[in-house]
Design a protein around this ligand. Structure first.
Ligand SMILES: [Zn+2]
Length: 211
């Protein structure tokens, strides 16, 4: 009797463990999807610069690298970066890399700049000639980034940025906040804050791909 009960318990345990394994596989929401993550600027092109010297190229790369890790580790996606260190890469090379590799999505990470130091807010762009998929991706990432930054929602916008117009797959460009706002610049020096920014971009991508 005890042996039979024991066998049933063992079998039940095995079944539960199998179910968890299956669920674990399904929980990789971006499996089989190829991303290009593009850290804006680099090398001789610093991008926007904060009043206290923080450069956009530097934080773009940190967020892009964290985003790559989220996409791979949590999403199960395949990711290529347009740059992995402080080097200058032309816009044309960035786009070519995405098009040649037939990426499914292109995510360009930037931060905004303004001559007005009080200016701040969150914006995400898709191309003005972009597909409905690119606009959907932009809307979902925008929603998540506003949730994370708590800053003014500058709206989901379209723009004729080179990397958005020339890429042959749905593409977006994120501007989570303004590096030229000294309060924001201080926050952007925190690796934890930059990691959260990347994670919320990731969540927006999952929201979009889940459809
Ligand atoms: Zn930029």
């Amino acid at each position: 009797m005890f042996t039979r009960k024991f066998i049933i318990v063992c079998l039940t345990t095995i079944m539960i463990l199998s179910a968890i394994t299956i669920t674990g596989a399904i929980a990789q929401p971006l499996s089989g999807i190829k991303f290009i993550v593009d850290a804006g600027h680099g090398g001789r092109d610093p991008g926007a610069v904060g009043a206290n010297g923080l450069t956009e190229k530097q934080i773009n790369l940190q967020v892009a690298q964290a985003l790559r890790n989220c996409l791979i580790e949590y999403g199960g996606a395949t990711v290529q970066m347009t740059r992995v260190n402080d080097t200058y890469i032309s816009l044309e090379s960035r786009v070519n890399k995405a098009n040649i590799n037939k990426a499914d999505r292109f995510i360009s990470v930037h931060h905004n700049g303004s001559v007005n130091p009080t200016h701040n807010g969150t914006a995400v762009y898709s191309g003005s000639k972009g597909s409905s998929k690119s606009h959907d991706l932009r809307n979902k990432v925008q929603k998540r980034l506003v949730e994370m930054t708590g800053l003014r929602d500058l709206g989901a916008n379209t723009a004729n940025f080179y990397v958005l117009q020339r890429t042959s797959m749905p593409a977006i460009l994120t501007e989570a906040s303004f590096i030229t706002n000294p309060k924001e610049e201080a926050k952007l020096r925190s690796p934890a804050y930059l990691w959260r920014e990347a994670y919320y971009i990731y969540l927006g991508i999952v929201d979009h791909m889940g459809n």
